[in-house]
Design a protein around this ligand. Structure first.
Ligand code: NAD
Ligand code: UDP
Length: 318
């Protein structure tokens, strides 16, 4: 098949492209390099089945493809809040352009949605049927509400134009290739521990998240895309940890000498989050297999290699 991956030069998109290329597909990677980079797909650059196009999805594009994995959108609060109006344009105009493309060429369309559609949830863990508790006017709204509109667009193109859609709701995912300045918690804490500077914990660290390793998530993507179920389907690891527990785990694994530093909790930071993955288990026979410690040690090894000489002496031998 010829498969388009928007946001393909980013963290998750590049892992997805690796899987699709290994499976023998033709892959077109579309990216504006806002948070993605060429390095992530460099290994495929000379492969005749791979094509890299610098393009901003807020502008239309004409391509001929069989499937579209639509991932283009900054995922870290630091990056999506840097230019919130652009984040909304990417989610709304960008998703509309990609759905329009899917409609024209009759391609199956996969939307990377998010657990953020549940906002600061009153239901725990979160099943797909929960409609969420989202602030419409806060600093996270450009992303949360943007993704909610993206889901609405996907379902309206499905009902109105027969576009064959799949919608996944991704819970916090980490792994190799996250940017060192990504701003999300796992990469921040690992980079800080490796550099020997204090680990930043926002608030008192009692808020929870559930962390999924990238390869587990991508397996879920491929199973959902090739299933008959439209969605939405939660994909994430139900292992739930407080941010303080996560920080202490990374401190133990990388650098026990490093200090913890408490900083103010950002506005609208969800207090807890854990996926209910009953549906993914039933429909896709999917569940995560990489435990947190193992996923962290692979991610730490990747950052250690990329940071090179910046690694503090106390973190160098672990
Ligand atoms: P990322 O920031 O590494 O990747 C996003 C990619 O999209 C980057 O390569 C970026 O350059 C590109 N992009 C952004 N705006 C664009 C535009 N207007 N036109 C073209 N390309 C554009 O983030 P990620 O973690 O790989 O996330 C990928 C997708 O998964 C996003 O849609 C995100 O919302 C979703 N998601 C991720 C997580 C997670 O924990 N990683 C959780 C929930 C949802
Ligand atoms: N967080 C933190 N220190 C950091 C970065 C994030 O304590 O250096 C907290 C953040 O406030 C949130 C949690 O970690 O409670 C997860 O943040 P992230 O940005 O990774 O993802 P999201 O909030 O979008 O789930």
């Amino acid at each position: 098949m010829r498969i388009l991956v928007t946001g393909g030069a980013g963290f998750l998109g590049s892992h997805l492209i690796d899987r699709l290329m290994v499976a023998g597909h033709e892959v077109i990677c579309l990216d504006n390099f806002y948070t993605g980079n060429k390095q992530n797909v460099l290994q495929w650059i000379n492969d005749p089945k791979f094509e890299l196009i610098r393009h901003d999805i807020t502008e239309p594009i004409r391509l001929e493809v069989d499937q579209i994995y639509h991932l283009a959108c900054p995922a870290s609060p630091v990056h999506y809040q840097y230019n919130p109006v652009k984040t909304i344009k990417t989610n709304v105009l960008g998703t509309m352009n990609m759905l329009g493309l899917a409609k024209r060429v009759k391609a199956r369309f996969f939307l990377a949605s998010t657990s953020e559609v549940y906002g600061d949830p009153e239901v725990h863990p979160q099943p797909e049927s929960y409609r969420g508790s989202v602030n419409t006017i806060g600093i996270r709204s450009c992303y949360d509400e943007g993704k909610r509109v993206a889901e609405t667009l996907a379902f309206d193109y499905h009902r109105q134009n027969d576009v064959d859609v799949r919608v996944v709701r991704i819970f916090n995912t980490y792994g190799p290739r996250m940017l060192e300045n990504d701003g999300r918690v796992v990469s921040n804490l690992i980079v800080q521990a490796l550099r020997g500077i204090p680990l930043t914990i926002y608030g008192d660290g009692s808020q929870t998240r559930s962390f999924c390793y990238a390869s587990d998530l991508i397996e879920g993507f491929i199973r959902l895309m090739n299933s008959d179920y439209v969605g939405p389907v939660n994909i994430g690891n139900p292992g739930e940890y407080t941010i303080l527990e996560l920080a202490k785990t990374i401190q133990d694994m990388v650098n026990p000498d490093v200090a913890l530093k408490f900083e103010p909790l950002p506005q609208d930071d969800p207090r807890r989050r854990q996926p209910d993955i009953t549906l993914a288990k039933q429909l896709l026979n999917w569940e995560p297999s990489v435990p947190l410690q193992e996923g962290l040690s692979r991610t730490i090894a990747d950052f250690r290699q990329r940071l090179g000489s910046e690694v503090a002496p106390s973190a160098a031998v672990r």
